[in-house]
Design a protein around this ligand. Structure first.
Ligand code: PMP
Length: 322
């Protein structure tokens, strides 16, 4: 058995699983990257490690320094575990609408948590702007800036995309996922296209995000809303610039939830809503590409992070998801 020398070496090299239900539903072969197997239980551990090591290499992060970030939660968990392993302090700014499990996990990791009311990006109180201000005011601190720091998507070019290519023996017809920062879709898209220009890259966008309309019609415009955490972007972040998106789907929370429930009931996988939205997108892409096509997607985080929300029938009832 292989022994990993430290915690940080546990990040990445996640398993790829064939999903029976989605494969049968689409007629294609649907494979999913198990990002919940990272030590912080989400895809964001990869970005956190690359952002911290990039800041170290640039000499911006000094021993004993502080990492400040605005996050829906998973990036904060990734940054806090990387910071603990390397001896830094973390300050995490988060909208108060995120799941309690994420807040409790951040506190358990020793991160200093700053909760702010949910606000539009144009509002100076938005969690991203608040985190930048705190970084500027804190001595010996860096602002991780996951949305516009392309060390984020580099983690997916050299990590996630390369792993998918190797695990699928270089036979990949399509890839899809949703976007939060856009690091995953852009990085995996660029990485897979560098292997084979013919790999079809599809964005699976939730309602309330502006990217579906942007890629379909060239204009940022949103419609409706979503309760999915960690996804739903209203602008072209630096990570999304030049993302090779060939097609786009709009996926409702209900459609995503139905896949979360089926994967739990039929395959024993407990996932969050962004994973369900990704799987719904993969089924659509599989149907589009035709029988036997090989499609990859991302299982972004664990459903154990959403026991008080998505996996709680009362909460779903309040949100109109059934
Ligand atoms: N799903 C979840 C649960 C997330 O926390 C995130 C990160 N914001 C994403 C999906 C999207 O990843 P990315 O930031 O790489 O677009």
């Amino acid at each position: 058995m292989h022994i990993t020398q430290d915690t940080l070496a546990l990040i990445g090299n996640t398993p790829l699983v064939r999903l029976a239900g989605p494969s049968a539903a689409s007629g294609a072969e649907i494979f999913a990257k198990c990002e919940f197997a990272n030590p912080g239980a989400s895809v964001k551990d990869r970005a956190a490690l690359f952002i911290v090591e990039d800041a170290e290499a640039r000499g911006q992060l000094q021993p004993g320094g502080t990492i400040v970030e605005g996050t829906a939660g998973n990036t904060g968990i990734g940054l806090a575990l990387v910071a603990n392993a390397k001896g830094y302090r973390t300050i995490i700014v988060m909208p108060e609408t995120q799941s309690r499990e994420k807040m409790d996990t951040l506190r358990a990791l020793g991160a200093e948590l700053v909760l702010v009311p949910a606000a539009p990006y144009s509002n100076p109180g938005h969690f991203v702007h608040t985190s930048r201000r705190i970084a500027e005011e804190t001595p010996n601190a860096i602002w991780a800036n996951q949305f516009d720091n392309i060390a984020n998507r580099r983690a997916h070019i050299v990590g996630t995309a390369e792993e998918i290519w190797q695990q699928m023996d270089g036979r990949v017809d399509g890839f899809t996922c949703a976007a939060g920062t856009g690091g995953t879709i852009a990085g995996v898209g660029l990485g897979l296209k560098a292997k084979d220009e013919g790999v079809r890259i599809a964005l699976s966008d939730p309602y309330g995000a502006a990217l579906y309309h942007y890629y379909a019609h060239g204009e940022l415009k949103s419609e409706g809303s979503s309760v999915a955490e960690g996804i739903g972007q209203g602008r072209i972040t630096a990570n999304l610039e030049g993302a090779p998106i060939d097609t786009q789907y709009r996926i409702s929370d209900q459609e995503g939830w139905e896949w979360v429930r089926r994967l739990l009931d039929e395959e024993g996988l407990c996932l969050g809503l962004s994973s369900g939205i990704n799987v719904a997108g993969a089924v659509r892409l599989g149907r589009e590409l035709g029988p036997g096509a090989r499609v990859a997607t991302i299982l972004c985080d664990t459903g154990f992070r959403y026991l008080s929300t998505l996996h709680n029938p009362e909460w779903r009832g309040e949100k109109g998801i059934g």
